[in-house]
Ligand binder design. Structure first.
Ligand code: MN
Length: 230
């Protein structure tokens, strides 16, 4: 029998909407710019950049959201989240749907000041992106129940005022292309999450702010920024 020198970390899980079952989270991949942020922007010809967050950054998108340390520019990014059920490498975009277990709405929370600093210095993005509680996510909705949505409003409001609003159909690189792209770079594994990029309107949060958002037909959430870590 294996004996560990420390208790192994408990698996990170997300709820499956409307069921008592859990989705085990493996890794978290995030896509860089994947919506046009202005009408004049030419469509990019190169695939977007990607980066990662630890699975431990994933928390249910509900209740308190602690304001993180070492930032004065804590920003929201609402995103469609894709959950991988079947791993693979060199996946064809046409085959991507069979690798997708389900969908959710998530936040790619960002310490924007640290990200700008990293961009200037050519440094890594982890301090800006991979902090505790930085990837809240709603319960997952299985593709078996809703199919593979090509439309749906991606929205976020702060204190009831809309900040971000776009549609899944506006993704510059659609979900299937993103799955194909990533799988050429790393072998995807069951349990991986893919945050697909955020629309225009990202902005800072303050303690006490009430954050609401979601993806129509997939899930929505409400969280309140707290000043104390919880
Ligand atoms: Mn993002």
């Amino acid at each position: 029998m294996t004996s560990y020198v420390l208790p192994p970390a408990a698996p990170v899980t997300l709820a499956v909407a409307g069921t008592p079952t859990l989705f085990p989270v493996n890794r978290v991949f995030c896509i860089g710019r994947n919506y046009a942020w202005s009408a004049s922007e030419p469509r990019p010809t190169e695939m977007p950049a990607w980066f990662m967050k630890p699975a431990s950054a994933v928390v249910p998108a509900a209740g308190p959201l602690p304001y993180p340390p070492q930032t004065t520019e804590f920003c929201h990014e609402i995103e469609l989240v894709v959950a991988i059920g079947l791993g693979g490498r060199d996946i064809d975009a046409a085959q991507a749907p069979q690798h997708i277990w389900g969908y959710a709405a998530g936040l790619d929370l960002t310490r924007r000041d640290l990200q700008q600093q990293a961009k200037r210095a050519g440094g890594p993005w982890e301090p800006a992106k991979a902090f505790d509680h930085s990837a809240p996510c709603t319960p997952l909705v299985p593709a078996a129940a809703i199919g593979h949505p090509r439309q749906g409003t991606v929205w976020l409001a702060v204190n009831g005022v809309q900040r971000q609003r776009a549609d899944i159909a506006d993704l510059l690189w659609p979900v299937a292309e993103l799955v194909a792209m990533l799988s050429r770079s790393v072998a995807l594994l069951p349990g991986d999450l893919l945050y697909t990029g955020t629309p225009a309107g990202v902005g800072p949060l303050q303690p006490g702010d009430r954050l609401t958002g979601g993806v129509t037909g997939i899930g929505d959430f409400s969280m309140t920024v707290t000043s104390e870590p919880t």
